[in-house]
Design a protein around this ligand. Structure first.
Ligand code: SF4
Length: 268
């Protein structure tokens, strides 16, 4: 059976740079994107841009069932870092269904300067490769690839969101929720509408952020407190950061958060 070469894009900078980097190296590469149906709006336009550069279609894989369907199946429990049913059902499952039993080489955009692992498929027929590690491409190399191609950074970074993925992703920080409220209030409202009071007797409330429903977060006094804590954290980070990070700080741009808890398939 012929081995398939698959690169899964998330809409984030590293998987994008990897797709650009691999364009001429693996001619029969298949590019895919697992669409939850709840992605950040600008991700779709960004993917169109990448597609033109690659000269190849990015296959959009949709879960047969929506987020709302799976939410019901999981008893109304919003996904959380320790219960990532969204990644499993809306990202990983469509990816594995697309692959089936075919032998596959899966290309992952973890950089040479990173030491992170993540939530990726471990099916026996999948061999995972890390070309940036093999080619010694670090953060600066990724930025160069994006710049030289003319594709640039993912547009969500401009308004201070640090990750690709769903607009309601529970991995986002409180300050990012504030920014979502400012940038796309209707998406914030939709996220808020998913929250419910009570915990169904199982000990966890139906909120995206533990201990703070979005109805609370959006109050002006809470927004002010979140901003002030964020500014303070930035001040401390600026004092501690090395030269690479300092360059970005000086440019007024925040970094993508390389938190090891984030899902690689959603946010690389
Ligand atoms: S982006 Fe966040 S909410 Fe969306 S599938 Fe991934 S982990 Fe879940």
């Amino acid at each position: 059976m012929k081995t398939r070469h698959i690169l899964s894009l998330s809409g984030g900078k590293d998987s994008t740079a990897l797709a650009l980097h691999m364009r001429d190296k693996v001619p029969d590469m298949e590019y895919i994107f697992c669409d939850t149906g709840e992605e950040l709006r600008e991700t779709y336009a960004y993917l169109d841009q990448i597609e033109s550069y690659l000269g190849k279609k990015i296959k959009r894989l949709n879960s047969k069932a929506t987020f709302d369907h799976w939410l019901k199946v999981y008893g109304g429990y919003l996904p959380a870092a320790n219960m990532r049913w969204c990644t499993k059902m809306l990202k990983l499952r469509p990816f594995e269904m697309e692959i089936g039993d075919d032998p596959v080489v899966s290309y992952i955009g973890i950089r040479a300067d990173e030491d992170r692992t993540g939530y990726i498929s471990h099916k026996n027929n999948i061999t995972t490769v890390y070309p940036f590690k093999e080619d010694g491409i670090e953060y600066a190399g990724v930025m160069k690839i994006l710049r030289d191609s003319g594709i640039g950074l993912p547009p969500y970074l401009e308004w201070g969101r640090t990750h690709s993925g769903c607009y309601f992703c529970f991995f986002q920080k409180k300050i990012e929720w504030v920014r979502l409220l400012e940038k796309y209030p209707e998406d914030f409202d939709k996220a808020q509408a998913y929250e419910k009071s009570g915990d169904g007797g199982l000990g966890r409330p139906f909120t995206w952020i533990q201990g703070m429903p979005l109805s609370e977060l959006r109050k002006p006094e809470n927004i002010a407190a979140i901003r002030s804590r964020h500014e303070e954290r930035l001040r401390r980070q600026r004092a501690q950061r090395g030269s690479r990070r300092l360059i970005e700080t000086l440019a007024g741009m925040e970094l993508e958060d390389d938190s090891p808890t984030a899902c690689l398939i959603c946010q690389l």
